[in-house]
Design a protein around this ligand. Structure first.
Ligand code: RIB
Length: 283
């Protein structure tokens, strides 16, 4: 079976649904969400992450074990806090996320030496921007040099110079992130196309996720608008993560990029039907 390496963040998500003052607590972090979604979609997954040796870290490790994900490559570091997020949910299920990265930003030489052997054995790398950016770019370049497929999720919005991406790297970002990086907010297909054409200068394949409007796929000079199925939305948090995981899984099954992106739209829509960034077990 193909192996996916997710190198990314783990966070405890404190949810405040509209009108609630006492938080609901869920596992989160883009890395964790993508690893769990990929595993639920049938992939063989390694998750490489760093948490604190605290209650939050223990909660996240326990949850990963329940999902059948090995925690051998999730490192608990003493004297660090596990990352957490405060998520205020609006009545229509849109989350406003405030992140406190904690241990997620403590990746250094020791992590590099541990992650490299995993990367060599993996078929695909899933990366997001919730770990130190120099680490993201170093890992991306190593993966590309090894000829691996990479899904680079450009979230959350962080100021950074996007490198020239290789042919097997797929850039995935949402409308807010596309607006942040291109100064063009994708409000409709035409503006999404414009934003994607700017990003295409750096990437062969760009996918801008557009929530209930599906996704725009830009690849080799062509543009496709992929529809998302209509769902009763409870919580959009983590939908983008389900999208990235599903895209990786489908591409590894050798589906075409259009087929894989359509599959990812369906997984993302499903992810919005349950509370919590890893809520839907029905991907
Ligand atoms: O993508 C959603 C995730 O972003 C949440 O689970 C939260 O932890 C933040 O990392």
């Amino acid at each position: 079976m193909c192996k996916i390496l997710v190198a990314g963040s783990l966070c405890v998500d404190y949810y405040y649904p509209a009108g609630r003052d006492i938080p609901l607590i869920f596992p989160g972090g883009k890395g964790g969400n993508q690893a769990v979604a990929a595993k639920r979609l049938g992939a063989d997954v390694w998750l490489f992450a760093v948490v604190g040796a605290d209650e939050g870290g223990a909660f996240l490790l326990q949850h990963l074990k329940k999902e059948g994900i090995s925690t051998d490559t999730v490192f608990q570091k003493p004297h660090l806090n596990t990352g957490y997020c405060l998520i205020r949910l609006s009545a229509d299920g849109e989350g406003n996320i405030q992140g406190y990265p904690g241990a997620n930003l403590h990746w250094g030489q020791a992590e590099w030496e541990k992650v490299l052997p995993l990367l060599k054995k993996a078929d695909c790398l899933l990366l997001q921007l919730e770990i130190p950016l120099p680490f993201v770019w170093k890992l991306l370049h190593a993966a590309e040099a090894l000829g691996k497929m990479v899904i680079l999720n450009l979230g959350p919005p962080r100021r950074t110079e996007l490198p020239q991406l290789g042919e097997k790297t797929f850039l995935v970002l949402n409308a807010q992130e596309a607006g942040f990086h291109t100064q063009i907010f994708p409000e409709d297909f035409a503006s999404a196309k414009k934003a994607a054409s700017i990003l295409r200068k750096k990437a062969h394949h760009v996918v801008i996720t557009l929530g209930s409007r599906g996704a725009l796929l830009a690849t080799e000079g062509d543009y496709w608008h992929l529809e998302a199925p209509k769902k009763e939305v409870v919580d959009t948090t983590g939908a983008g993560d389900a999208f990235c995981a599903a895209l990786a899984v489908a591409l590894l099954r050798e589906e075409t990029l259009q087929e894989a992106a359509s599959f990812a739209c369906r997984a993302a829509a499903e992810a919005t039907t349950v509370l919590g960034a890893q809520g839907s077990t029905n991907l």
